[in-house]
Design a protein around this ligand. Structure first.
Ligand SMILES: Nc1ncnc2c1ncn2[C@@H]1O[C@H](COP(=O)(O)OP(=O)(O)OP(=O)(O)O)[C@@H](O)[C@H]1O
Ligand SMILES: [Mg+2]
Length: 452
């Protein structure tokens, strides 16, 4: 029986559906037909199952990636080398952990990660918020020899200064008030695995010395104890700050910076890899559809346009959240009104002046060199037109939302959302001569304007 497994382990490294299915079948029949399994056999089967799972994951990423790439950018010779680079990573059994994209700068980061992963060298990952630093740390862990050992994450910025040391290194019973038991720190928990020190730039100077010592001597002391404990932990750190600059300003120890950044990976912000936005939209749209068990949401050209030109201060996380949000809120087709309010740029002076479309007529200087402001201007004009239309409509129906919805053939809850978005209150448009009670009676109860 184990012989079969041994053979299958040596099967061609190239990933193919047929090969995978065959191996899954072998694994299944092994489990089904063997009356008794030794411990070693069970371990081996579990390892097999894990590696099959990884390959299935990779395959599905690969398939989807290729599909999406073909759909979005059919022909361009530069893309071939990108595609080829990503494919080469796949063929070397690189584990992406869901990292999507083939922008040259992202590929470069992945290729560095691939080389760094099997070593125990410290890695420093920097990049703006939401660029995928934690994901990259997981990629490094997953591609290294420690992959099946713990990955322990510590957010250095979220732990109060007085607890940080105990959190990282543990403490002895009675070391301080409240230390009612001996406690293991994160370094000990990550022994033989990887510790991910997130927001390392927030680490106070006084704590930085202690960290330096772990990096140098690979040992720690629990707070309140003299005993040194050896720890074998691979360190991956991340920050959205410029550590080099911080160290020049004396806010971060230079020696620690150099120790941590033996391998330095900088993740590009999304606005510098705009070429990937359409692919990411499709990717996260599918992902959200899967999670929400619905069909992938479709986007109006206006929304697509917005999403392609938006600046994404929150980077990939923001795009991902937006796709989940609109997938949840929109029924079939999503439009800009499904976006969170704070994502829509405030139209200049939009609260009142909007009605005559002044912005669109060029009163606001538009820098042509900056596509962002042009699309902002278009959006503002379109918002203004929308608001003017709704105001006129409300006047015509004397503030009866149900009637307006019927006349403009719009879903009532959608209309209510639009009114809310523009701060329009149907009651402001009601015919003053008609008592409020009677007015209510003219449409279905409780559904009139949803302003509650
Ligand atoms: N290239 C990518 N492909 C797919 N998903 C990605 C990619 N980059 C980031 N993500 C997703 O975006 C979200 C944010 O990523 P992550 O938490 O790694 O960012 P971060 O840089 O650590 O952010 P922060 O600085 O705010 O902690 C996660 O859901 C992650 O899975
Ligand atoms: Mg993070």
């Amino acid at each position: 029986m184990m012989k079969i497994l041994d053979q299958t382990e040596e099967a061609s490294p190239a990933i193919s559906y047929a090969g995978l299915i065959e191996r899954i079948e072998i694994l299944r029949s092994t489990l089904r037909w063997s009356s008794r399994l030794e411990r070693a056999d069970i371990d081996k089967l579990l390892r097999q199952a894990t590696s099959l799972r990884d390959e299935v994951m990779q395959l599905s990423h690969k398939e989807r990636f290729v599909q999406a790439a073909v759909a979005a950018e059919p022909q361009e010779s530069a893309d071939q080398s990108r595609g080829a680079r990503r494919k080469a990573l796949l063929e070397r059994s690189f584990i992406f952990e869901g990292t999507f994209g083939d922008n040259p700068r992202l590929l470069e980061s992945l290729e560095i990660a691939e080389k760094a992963a099997p070593t125990d060298l410290p890695v420093l990952i920097d990049g703006e918020s939401g660029t995928g630093k934690e994901l990259m740390a997981k990629v490094i862990h997953a591609n290294g020899a420690r992959a099946d050992k713990p990955f322990v994450s510590v957010n250095c910025g979220a732990i109060p200064d007085n607890l940080l040391e105990s959190e990282l290194f543990g403490h002895r019973k009675g070391a301080f008030t409240g230390a009612s038991n001996d406690r293991k720190g994160k370094f000990e928990s990550a022994h033989t695995g990887t510790i991910f020190l997130d927001e390392i730039g927030e680490l106070p100077l006084a704590r930085q010395v202690k960290l330096l010592r772990v990096l140098e001597a690979h040992e720690i002391q629990r707070v309140g104890s003299d005993e040194t404990i050896e720890v074998d932990t691979r360190i991956v750190a991340a920050t959205n700050r410029n550590l080099r600059k911080l160290s020049e300003e004396g806010k971060f120890r230079e020696d620690l910076f150099y120790r941590l950044s033996v391998i330095h990976v900088t993740l590009p912000p999304l606005r510098e890899r705009r070429d990937e936005i359409p692919l990411l939209i499709a990717w996260f749209g599918d992902e959200a559809a899967g999670t929400l068990k619905r069909r992938p949401v479709r986007l109006t050209p206006r929304l697509r346009d917005f999403l392609s030109s938006y600046a994404y201060p929150g980077n990939i996380r923001e795009l991902r959240n937006v796709m989940y949000r609109i997938s949840c809120l929109a029924s079939e087709m999503a439009d800009v009104d499904h976006l969170p309010l704070d994502m829509r740029p405030a139209a200049p002076g939009s609260t009142t002046a909007a009605v005559d479309g002044a912005h669109a007529s060029g009163e606001q200087p538009i820098s042509v060199a900056n596509l962002m402001s042009l699309s902002d201007a278009k959006r503002a004009a379109s918002d203004d037109a929308e608001k003017a239309f709704l105001e006129r409509g409300l006047r015509e129906v004397s503030g009866t939302v149900a009637e307006l919805a019927r006349r403009i053939d719009m879903n009532r809850s959608h209309l209510q959302m639009l009114l809310k978005k523009h701060g329009l209150h149907s009651k402001d448009y009601r015919n003053r001569n008609v008592p409020a009670g009677k007015q209510n009676g003219s449409s279905e109860p409780g559904e009139e304007d949803g302003e509650a």
